[in-house]
Design a protein around this ligand. Sequence first.
Ligand code: PNS
Length: 158
Amino acid sequence: MRRVVCPGSFDPITNGHLDIIGRASRQYDEVVVAVLINLEKKSLFTVEERIQMLQTVTKEYGNVRVDKFHGLLVDYCKQQEIPAIVKGLRAVSDFDYELQMAQLNYRMSGVETLFMATGPEVSFLSSSRIKEIVKYGGNVSGLVPDLVQELLVERLRG
Ligand code: PNS
């Protein structure tokens, strides 16, 4: 079984995340989408809400499992017997941070990190920008799944 993890905060999932998860699902037998439980960071959606959204929008892929983790990602990988992490790279600005994390994760555990170039049609997306746009009345259709857009509008303008 060739298994890989796509980790993140997913607060909330965007079409950029979905691009990477969907493409990873075509390369591996199973993709585990792992939501970080970070009690120090204020989030818009609870971990359970994020998991539910992820499960709904990844259902069609058939080989994506959604889970949560806390602590070090590499410890989660070892515990779940996942040998590699898949990360999307949007631009050069992502690279420094991601390279450092990939090297540290490999040094700590031998868990590999594989980078996938985000599709150019979604490479400008981030969850923070999406939340800002919705908060101030902008339209994010086509940038996040419809369900996510509805929940964002309800939470931020409700
Ligand atoms: O969506 P994000 O917030 O950019 O995802 C970052 C994430 C969750 C992948 C990263 O912060 C992470 O792996 N956190 C868990 C703690 C950890 O393992 N840190 C790496 C030390 S090198």
